[in-house]
Ligand binder design. Structure first.
Ligand code: F1P
Length: 588
């Protein structure tokens, strides 16, 4: 049994918010040490039964539920008239909902079949590329967007993803499904046991996430609803569900949908064995990824150096791999308080290749300019040796294009790297040129894989996701944005993050919850005294103001423990470049 599984390890926290004992000292680890810790954390996703009450991915009951959901999808694939499979979530969960719905619709298109997948992301398509945390708190918005997508449908399989079993947006959708069982079959995907689902009252609602999850659990016994919620262990950086939560979401949904497609179109009935085998392939892909420990560490080092020197990191991607770059980059703002320009993603083909519901979004601001052309026009001219560029592609992409773009980058900075996947042992000529351009390349050679099979690409994607997550997190660790294994510069921009920020203050200061919340509010509003006007507002209003506040948790923590005014703390923090070191120096 791992330490986190013990009933007295951080008992008030759900698994998704616990701090992982394996990464307690990640803020002091070397790049290679960081990769090793991520490897150990990711391995927890696949841990077999450990003799505790926690359900795991490979448990019989979980596999059986995956098979049952796959059979429901199969029915819709075979008779798609007036039917829909909706994938929905907030933040990373919504981005993956989009990604997976698009990938499986693509495969239906190739088979000349009716497209049955739709996605919903809280905050609309802007949230695919930037953090829009406020809508995650809105259950009515969730319900209305579900209704809109499903207009006129007679049969809907709704898959709501909330890694922490916590987002009110998804709770609102599930509640709506429960009220309309004649049309909707709800599936909840997350990574906490039901009794750890969030029980905080949702303003204006009679339900909490937990109460909805419990209703689903009851209906699950009669197969009228499904609950997929194995534990995958705490995140390497506490609460950062973009990492294991996101990876496990991708694995579960792809395993389910692939099984459904094989049953509907290739005469391979859904079976537990097939599901298990498919999950083992993902496990191997994760192991294989971490065999490149030193290569990944080199990337962390380069990206970390850029961030430390106020340079930037650009991911230049091709095909589906590029979207994983876009996702990873978009998460750095809420997770580390990063600026959009610190780590940016670009995709060949821009919005045409993204193919999102709302179409091109470039007019919404510079962070929505995502095509390679945008990189060429807006980033390349100012690129210097402080900046790092990462090329992300596979053997299916036009390697000459990679060489051309890489050459332009190389004229500006020597810090150019590549992550690529292939099955052919013989390297293409262009690959040799790319290797010459790059400081180092992460060359994933998947021997024995069949590139024509979609499932192999899914594993390449997971591998890319892991690398990018480790690189962006590792770089921010080197920049000093992590304290022990906590994101100290987390944005308090919705109720979950507001609570997390308060808890972090409690943990690091040892003070009472009320005192910590007060300190957090003072930092959010930039006020040394709280007025009645402030204290009478609710969390939604606080979270709104927090969007424009910077370094709220560090400010609150230092002023709480030193008694200094916010202005004093602010200037002291400004004098020190590395936030983590500043905290260690300033705290009594
Ligand atoms: C949704 C989410 C995360 C994001 C951040 C805020 O979480 O947007 O994806 O990284 O933590 O919340 P969940 O509903 O999937 O738990």
């Amino acid at each position: 049994m791992d330490e986190w599984e013990s009933s007295d390890y951080e008992p008030s926290l759900p698994v998704s918010e616990k701090s992982n004992p394996l990464t307690r000292d990640i803020d002091r680890a070397s790049p290679s040490g960081i990769v090793g810790m991520f490897e150990a954390c990711d391995a927890q996703m696949f841990q077999r039964e450990t003799g505790t009450n926690y359900q795991r991915l490979f448990d019989n009951q979980v596999v059986t539920t995956l098979a049952e959901v796959a059979k429901r999808v199969e029915l819709i694939l075979k008779d798609p008239q007036d039917s829909l499979v909706v994938l929905s979530g907030c933040g990373t969960s919504g981005r993956l909902a989009f990604f997976i719905a698009s990938r499986f619709n693509e495969s239906l298109k190739q088979l000349n079949r009716t497209l049955v997948y739709s996605y919903i992301i809280a905050g609309g398509d802007s949230a695919l590329l930037s953090s829009q945390e406020a809508p995650e708190d809105d259950p009515e918005l969730g319900m209305l967007s579900l209704q809109k997508v499903c207009e006129g449908k007679k049969r809907v399989l709704f898959i709501g993803v909330s890694c922490g079993l916590s987002a009110p947006f998804v709770a609102g959708q599930l509640d709506f499904c429960l009220q309309h069982p004649e049309v909707y079959t709800p599936v909840l995907l997350g990574f906490n046991p039901t009794h750890q689902a969030r029980d905080e009252p949702i303003p204006g609602c009679s339900f909490t996430f937990r109460s909805v999850a419990q209703r689903l659990q009851e209906l699950a016994q009669r197969r009228k609803a499904f609950l997929i919620n194995p534990a995958v262990g705490p995140e390497a950086i506490s609460g950062s569900s973009r990492m294991k939560g996101g990876s496990a979401t991708k694995i579960v949904l792809e395993v389910v949908l692939s099984a459904a497609h094989a049953a509907a179109f290739s005469h391979t009935p859904v079976a537990n064995d097939g599901i298990l085998q498919h999950m083992r392939e993902y496990e191997r892909a994760v192991e294989m990824t971490y065999q490149h420990r030193e290569g990944i560490a080199a990337l962390i080092e380069a990206a970390g150096r850029s961030l430390q020197n106020e340079g930037s990191v650009s991911y230049l991607g091709w095909g589906p791999m590029a979207f994983l770059g876009l996702i990873d980059a978009s998460e750095c703002n809420p997770t580390f308080g990063a600026d959009y320009a610190d780590i940016r993603g670009f995709i060949r083909g821009g919005y045409k290749d993204l193919n999102n519901n709302e179409g091109p979004l470039s007019s919404r601001g510079p962070e929505f300019c995502i095509a390679h052309e945008d990189f060429l026009h807006h980033v390349l001219p100012g690129l210097t040796d402080r900046d790092t560029v990462l090329l992300i592609y596979t053997q299916s992409d036009d390697l000459q294009e990679v060489v051309n773009l890489g050459s332009k980058v190389r004229e500006k900075t020597p810090n150019i790297y590549a992550v690529h996947h292939r099955t052919d042992s013989a390297e293409a000529l262009q690959q040799v040129s790319i290797n010459e351009l790059c400081s180092s390349t992460l060359d994933f050679l998947w021997r024995g894989s069949v590139p024509a099979s979609g499932s192999v690409f899914h594993q390449w994607e997971l591998s890319t996701k892991l690398v990018l997550n480790v690189v962006s997190t590792g770089a921010h660790i080197l920049k000093g944005k992590i304290y022990q294994n906590h994101m100290i510069d987390v944005q308090a921009t919705n109720s979950k993050l507001y609570r997390r920020a308060t808890r972090l203050l409690q943990k690091l200061s040892g003070r009472a919850e009320s005192e910590c919340e007060e300190a957090l509010l003072k930092a959010i509003y930039g006020a040394d005294k709280l007025t009645k006007e402030i204290t009478s507002c609710d969390i939604t209003a606080h979270a709104q103001v927090a969007r424009n506040a910077k370094k709220v948790v560090p400010l609150a923590l230092v002023s709480l423990l030193t008694g200094c005014s916010l202005k004093q703390v602010e200037s002291r923090l400004e004098q020190r470049r590395v936030l983590r070191d500043a905290l260690e120096e300033l705290l009594p």
